[in-house]
Design a protein around this ligand. Sequence first.
Ligand code: DGJ
Length: 731
Amino acid sequence: MKRILLMTTVLLCNLAAAQTIISTKNTSLVIDAAQGKEPLFLYYGARLEDGDLSSLRAAGFQELPVYPALNTNGAHPEALCVRMPDGNLTTDLRTSSIEESTWEGGKIYSISCKDPVYPLEVKIYYKTYEAEDIISTWTEIRNAAKKKKDEIVLTRFDSGSLPIRRGDVWVMSFGGGWADETEAFCQPLGLGVRSVYNRDGVRNSHKAHSEVMISLDGKPREDSGRVIGAALCYSGNYELRFETGDTRRMSMHRFYAGIDPTHSAYTLAKGESFTTPELALSWSSEGLGGVSRNFHRWGRKWKLTHGGQVNDILLNSWEGVYFDINEEGMHSMIRDIADMGGELFVMDDGWFGDKYPRLNDHTSLGDWVVDRNKLPHGIEGLAEEARRNGIKFGIWIEPEMTNVGSELFEKHPDWVINAPKRELVTGRGGGQLVLDLSNPAVQDYVFGVFDGIMTACPEIAYVKWDANMQIYSQGSGYLKNQEHLYIEYHRGLAKVLDRIRAKYPNVSIQACAGGGGRVNWGILPWFDEFWTSDNTDALQRTYIQWNTSYFFPAEAMAAHIGASPNHTTGREIPLKFRIDVAMSARLGLELQPSAMTEDEKAHCKAAISDYKKIRDVVQLGDLYRIVSPLDGKGICTKLYATPEKDRAVFFWYSTEYFQGKQVPAALFAGLDPERRYRITELDVFGKPLSCDGKTFSGRFLMETGLNIPAKNYQGGPHRDYASHVLYLTAE
Ligand code: DGJ
């Protein structure tokens, strides 16, 4: 007993001197970095004040290394593994100083550590985004050798690590494939290793997402329970992993996140540093919804290009014409979207290529010259037509890629990624290759593609930047160290995007990709939005958009009204339902207007006009997910509210219809219980609901709710696919 008391006293003395509380509005993270000692993690959760520090110890909180490195005690897994110049694999990190500085959105703390024996210096950073309740962490690893020959090799270099107390902890991760993006996988965390990773190499993971939700109180709920959200802000290969052993040390789960080191050991020469990407963490006691709202606010305020400004309503040509681009067809689409009240027309794939015209996905990437057979008056001619019709013009490119059938590849076969001396491994359409962005000449070329197009046609207001292939054959003709390829590719990409944004700060750019993960917070800072999925089936979109919204705001989530039957699923869905699903994010159209009836066009026109009334609430408001389409209740509901709660939009979708099946009352969330709200039904097709034009208290709507019939009154062959959009304005 005495021994324990003594230990506690010594630790408390140390703690009193070295503990740092890193706080946001509602959260705190506590580290203990005493001079000469390994920095330790003590706490992450609800906000603490100085007086609470002693309570942490009294409450039995355990200290664990902040940035565990392979060292001599061997008791825990590692965030950092380094091969020293003499081959020694162990690392001993001791705190030398802590610095604190302020930035516009909060504070930055850096803990400097040194290995007492080897020339290794590590700085561990924490950055607070105070108002958004996000704390991010990353590290800077430096080879401080004196001798030129002393290289060190990083074989694992996570951005950060977080101990999580064991209990009923659940983890939700996200992934999928092409047209089946962002499925959610939610399971309790047991013993062993659980890993979420991407090794596709390119900027958008083709399978999984680099974000996870960690529920500390059992199966996660939308509106209650303590949840930690974690997003690795990196565009390349990553691994998020949970390791849980059965030793005393492992009475905690350990969460690690960073660049995936597989085939990517990184060599640091004397004096070189490696900075790991930011790992953003958010804690909330308001369940998944609380964490999502934090990430949405953070993304809009600090990450997205033009975040906080509403995005345009557009028509994209892809599902309307695919590769069948021609001038008259484009003009007619421009006129149609302008007539419907849209603001932007985007010409997708198929407009380029001279020697190799882009007739399908087999050839032409890299030859970014307009196909004059298709567009005799060039891009400028289309931009002019858009201007005449009072809308903006946008264009599709895929500049990170080429095809074997292209003049670019004929001229620069050494510019592609492929293992030297091996046969070419190609992708999409059988002839696609990824350009080697580790090569500065390729970086200049990719910048030149963007710059050339913008210079030729400065009126371009929007660029859809696609990426439809992963790296299949790891190898660079440019790099000496092949293990550096995955990392240097993304450094090269970042340099290109920095140059583009410096020269073209105003153009909107959409991040697009060919499937799976598609988007991450590493790439979005250069982009305005992302193409959520090639699947425009509105029913499947209720699922995809629901899951995507866990980390990404509606402002950036492109949602387009597709044709019926849907081109991917073949499902026939009434126009109103298709519109209402697209209205719940950044609305657009992805169909051929000339194939629509006049009534359908009029319906879209009215809906676009309605969307303009609510666009700021949807794109910039706080999201409350209410009934998940995954819950099997037959409905999906959600609500966006302004931060002031004076305006809100409620979306209600029937996701299945069975004769006689009763659906739950439509309960609202996120409103002010004390205020009265007038409901206006939008996108009304037929008879509005009985609540239209009436007022209700926020409390009534949240506690009693509305009875919305599940039957679709649009007529036609279906009883299912009922949907409603209700606009609430506080009186
Ligand atoms: C994949 C995208 O997701 C589609 O929207 C379209 O742009 C095609 N690429 C074009 O090839």
